[in-house]
Design a protein around this ligand. Sequence first.
Ligand SMILES: CC(C)(COP(=O)(O)OP(=O)(O)OC[C@H]1O[C@@H](n2cnc3c(N)ncnc32)[C@H](O)[C@@H]1OP(=O)(O)O)[C@@H](O)C(=O)NCCC(=O)NCCS
Length: 172
Amino acid sequence: MIITTTERLIIRRFVEADYDRLLALVTDPIVMRYNTDGHGDAAYARARLSEAMADPGPALGTWAVQTSDDPALLGYVSLFREDPAMAEDEVELGYFFLPEHWGKGYAPEAAKALITHAFATTNTTRILAIVDPSNTRSATALKKLGMTRTGTTQAKGIKPGDWVFAVERSSI
Ligand SMILES: CC(C)(COP(=O)(O)OP(=O)(O)OC[C@H]1O[C@@H](n2cnc3c(N)ncnc32)[C@H](O)[C@@H]1OP(=O)(O)O)[C@@H](O)C(=O)NCCC(=O)NCCS
Protein backbone atom coordinates (compact mmCIF):
# COMPACT_ATOMS: atom_id res chain seq x y z
CA MET A 1 0.00 0.00 0.00
CA ILE A 2 1.43 3.35 -1.06
CA ILE A 3 0.96 6.16 1.50
CA THR A 4 2.27 8.99 -0.63
CA THR A 5 4.86 9.74 -3.31
CA THR A 6 7.33 12.47 -4.29
CA GLU A 7 9.19 13.15 -7.52
CA ARG A 8 11.85 10.56 -6.59
CA LEU A 9 10.36 8.48 -3.81
CA ILE A 10 7.55 6.14 -2.79
CA ILE A 11 6.47 6.06 0.87
CA ARG A 12 4.70 2.76 1.42
CA ARG A 13 3.75 0.12 3.96
CA PHE A 14 6.60 -2.19 5.00
CA VAL A 15 6.60 -5.69 3.47
CA GLU A 16 8.37 -8.90 4.50
CA ALA A 17 11.01 -8.39 1.78
CA ASP A 18 12.24 -5.28 3.64
CA TYR A 19 13.54 -7.37 6.55
CA ASP A 20 17.21 -7.71 5.52
CA ARG A 21 17.67 -4.00 4.88
CA LEU A 22 15.72 -3.07 8.00
CA LEU A 23 18.01 -5.40 9.98
CA ALA A 24 21.07 -3.69 8.45
CA LEU A 25 19.61 -0.31 9.38
CA VAL A 26 18.67 -1.02 13.00
CA THR A 27 21.93 -2.84 13.78
CA ASP A 28 24.12 -0.03 12.41
CA PRO A 29 25.48 1.91 15.41
CA ILE A 30 26.06 5.03 13.27
CA VAL A 31 22.47 5.12 12.04
CA MET A 32 21.06 4.37 15.50
CA ARG A 33 23.41 6.62 17.46
CA TYR A 34 20.62 9.02 18.40
CA ASN A 35 17.86 6.43 18.78
CA THR A 36 16.57 6.42 22.35
CA ASP A 37 16.42 2.57 22.33
CA GLY A 38 20.07 2.34 21.21
CA HIS A 39 20.88 0.06 18.28
CA GLY A 40 18.87 -3.06 17.71
CA ASP A 41 19.30 -6.74 16.94
CA ALA A 42 17.38 -9.33 14.90
CA ALA A 43 14.57 -9.49 17.47
CA TYR A 44 14.24 -5.70 17.44
CA ALA A 45 14.14 -5.66 13.62
CA ARG A 46 11.52 -8.41 13.58
CA ALA A 47 9.36 -6.56 16.15
CA ARG A 48 9.65 -3.25 14.29
CA LEU A 49 8.76 -4.93 10.99
CA SER A 50 5.69 -6.65 12.46
CA GLU A 51 4.50 -3.41 14.06
CA ALA A 52 5.09 -1.41 10.88
CA MET A 53 3.31 -3.98 8.67
CA ALA A 54 0.27 -3.67 10.95
CA ASP A 55 0.17 0.14 11.14
CA PRO A 56 -3.30 1.20 10.06
CA GLY A 57 -2.47 4.57 8.50
CA PRO A 58 -3.58 6.79 6.86
CA ALA A 59 -0.42 8.59 8.04
CA LEU A 60 0.41 7.56 11.60
CA GLY A 61 2.90 4.72 11.78
CA THR A 62 6.26 3.69 10.38
CA TRP A 63 6.59 3.72 6.59
CA ALA A 64 9.20 2.32 4.21
CA VAL A 65 10.90 4.64 1.72
CA GLN A 66 12.08 3.44 -1.71
CA THR A 67 12.92 5.16 -4.97
CA SER A 68 10.23 5.31 -7.67
CA ASP A 69 11.85 2.55 -9.73
CA ASP A 70 13.45 0.21 -7.17
CA PRO A 71 11.63 -1.53 -4.29
CA ALA A 72 14.80 -1.75 -2.15
CA LEU A 73 14.41 -0.11 1.25
CA LEU A 74 16.33 3.17 1.67
CA GLY A 75 15.11 3.94 5.18
CA TYR A 76 11.92 4.83 6.98
CA VAL A 77 9.87 7.78 8.10
CA SER A 78 7.44 7.62 10.98
CA LEU A 79 4.77 9.60 12.78
CA PHE A 80 4.08 8.44 16.31
CA ARG A 81 2.77 9.44 19.72
CA GLU A 82 5.03 8.29 22.54
CA ASP A 83 5.07 11.24 24.90
CA PRO A 84 1.84 11.26 26.99
CA ALA A 85 2.29 15.02 27.50
CA MET A 86 1.61 15.63 23.81
CA ALA A 87 -1.77 17.06 22.83
CA GLU A 88 -4.30 14.84 21.04
CA ASP A 89 -3.73 16.64 17.75
CA GLU A 90 0.10 16.49 17.89
CA VAL A 91 2.39 13.75 16.58
CA GLU A 92 6.15 13.27 16.49
CA LEU A 93 8.22 12.73 13.35
CA GLY A 94 11.15 10.31 13.07
CA TYR A 95 13.36 9.07 10.22
CA PHE A 96 16.31 6.73 9.75
CA PHE A 97 18.13 6.05 6.49
CA LEU A 98 20.86 3.57 5.53
CA PRO A 99 24.19 5.44 5.38
CA GLU A 100 24.69 4.65 1.67
CA HIS A 101 21.59 6.78 1.04
CA TRP A 102 22.64 9.79 3.09
CA GLY A 103 23.58 12.97 1.23
CA LYS A 104 20.82 12.64 -1.39
CA GLY A 105 18.12 14.73 0.27
CA TYR A 106 15.86 11.69 0.72
CA ALA A 107 15.06 12.26 4.41
CA PRO A 108 13.62 15.79 4.09
CA GLU A 109 11.83 14.87 0.85
CA ALA A 110 10.15 11.78 2.33
CA ALA A 111 9.39 13.43 5.68
CA LYS A 112 7.84 16.49 4.05
CA ALA A 113 5.58 14.27 1.93
CA LEU A 114 4.51 12.31 5.01
CA ILE A 115 3.69 15.39 7.11
CA THR A 116 1.77 16.94 4.21
CA HIS A 117 -0.18 13.69 3.94
CA ALA A 118 -0.82 13.67 7.71
CA PHE A 119 -2.18 17.22 7.68
CA ALA A 120 -4.40 16.34 4.71
CA THR A 121 -5.79 13.05 6.03
CA THR A 122 -5.88 13.28 9.85
CA ASN A 123 -6.87 15.83 12.48
CA THR A 124 -3.21 16.51 13.29
CA THR A 125 -2.53 20.23 13.62
CA ARG A 126 1.11 20.19 14.82
CA ILE A 127 4.03 17.88 14.11
CA LEU A 128 7.07 17.85 16.40
CA ALA A 129 10.56 16.46 16.06
CA ILE A 130 13.06 16.02 18.88
CA VAL A 131 16.74 16.18 17.97
CA ASP A 132 19.96 15.84 19.91
CA PRO A 133 21.78 19.16 19.29
CA SER A 134 24.87 17.27 18.09
CA ASN A 135 22.83 15.51 15.37
CA THR A 136 23.48 18.31 12.90
CA ARG A 137 22.48 16.25 9.84
CA SER A 138 19.03 15.70 11.28
CA ALA A 139 18.60 19.33 12.39
CA THR A 140 19.51 20.43 8.84
CA ALA A 141 17.01 17.97 7.34
CA LEU A 142 14.25 19.34 9.62
CA LYS A 143 14.95 22.94 8.59
CA LYS A 144 14.96 21.90 4.92
CA LEU A 145 11.54 20.33 5.19
CA GLY A 146 10.09 23.47 6.76
CA MET A 147 10.24 22.83 10.50
CA THR A 148 11.32 25.53 12.93
CA ARG A 149 13.11 25.18 16.23
CA THR A 150 10.66 26.11 18.97
CA GLY A 151 12.50 25.20 22.16
CA THR A 152 14.32 22.60 24.20
CA THR A 153 12.95 19.48 25.86
CA GLN A 154 12.40 19.50 29.61
CA ALA A 155 12.60 16.38 31.81
CA LYS A 156 9.24 14.65 31.21
CA GLY A 157 10.02 11.13 30.13
CA ILE A 158 12.30 12.31 27.34
CA LYS A 159 15.94 13.32 27.55
CA PRO A 160 16.15 16.96 28.65
CA GLY A 161 18.18 19.39 26.58
CA ASP A 162 17.22 18.10 23.12
CA TRP A 163 16.01 20.56 20.51
CA VAL A 164 12.30 20.64 19.67
CA PHE A 165 11.28 21.45 16.09
CA ALA A 166 7.68 21.94 14.99
CA VAL A 167 5.51 22.60 11.97
CA GLU A 168 1.86 23.69 12.09
CA ARG A 169 -0.87 22.59 9.69
CA SER A 170 -1.54 26.26 8.90
CA SER A 171 2.00 26.80 7.63
CA ILE A 172 1.99 24.02 4.99
C1 LIG B 1 19.19 12.30 9.56
C2 LIG B 1 19.52 11.71 8.19
C3 LIG B 1 18.30 11.02 7.65
C4 LIG B 1 19.95 12.86 7.29
O1 LIG B 1 20.68 12.38 6.22
P1 LIG B 1 21.58 13.37 5.34
O2 LIG B 1 22.20 12.56 4.30
O3 LIG B 1 22.46 14.19 6.19
O4 LIG B 1 20.51 14.37 4.80
P2 LIG B 1 20.08 14.49 3.36
O5 LIG B 1 19.74 13.18 2.78
O6 LIG B 1 19.07 15.59 3.32
O7 LIG B 1 21.42 14.96 2.64
C5 LIG B 1 21.79 16.30 2.56
C6 LIG B 1 22.54 16.44 1.25
O8 LIG B 1 21.78 15.84 0.21
C7 LIG B 1 22.06 16.50 -1.01
N1 LIG B 1 20.76 16.79 -1.60
C8 LIG B 1 19.76 17.51 -1.08
N2 LIG B 1 18.69 17.50 -1.89
C9 LIG B 1 19.06 16.76 -2.98
C10 LIG B 1 18.40 16.38 -4.16
N3 LIG B 1 17.13 16.77 -4.42
N4 LIG B 1 19.05 15.62 -5.03
C11 LIG B 1 20.31 15.22 -4.79
N5 LIG B 1 20.99 15.55 -3.66
C12 LIG B 1 20.37 16.30 -2.78
C13 LIG B 1 22.85 17.73 -0.72
O9 LIG B 1 24.19 17.48 -1.07
C14 LIG B 1 22.73 17.85 0.80
O10 LIG B 1 23.91 18.31 1.36
P3 LIG B 1 23.96 19.84 1.87
O11 LIG B 1 22.96 19.92 3.00
O12 LIG B 1 25.36 19.98 2.32
O13 LIG B 1 23.56 20.68 0.71
C15 LIG B 1 20.62 10.68 8.29
O14 LIG B 1 21.77 11.31 8.74
C16 LIG B 1 20.25 9.54 9.21
O15 LIG B 1 19.54 8.60 8.84
N6 LIG B 1 20.80 9.60 10.45
C17 LIG B 1 20.60 8.58 11.43
C18 LIG B 1 19.21 8.58 12.00
C19 LIG B 1 18.84 9.86 12.70
O16 LIG B 1 19.68 10.51 13.31
N7 LIG B 1 17.55 10.16 12.62
C20 LIG B 1 17.00 11.34 13.20
C21 LIG B 1 16.69 11.13 14.63
S1 LIG B 1 15.97 12.66 15.26
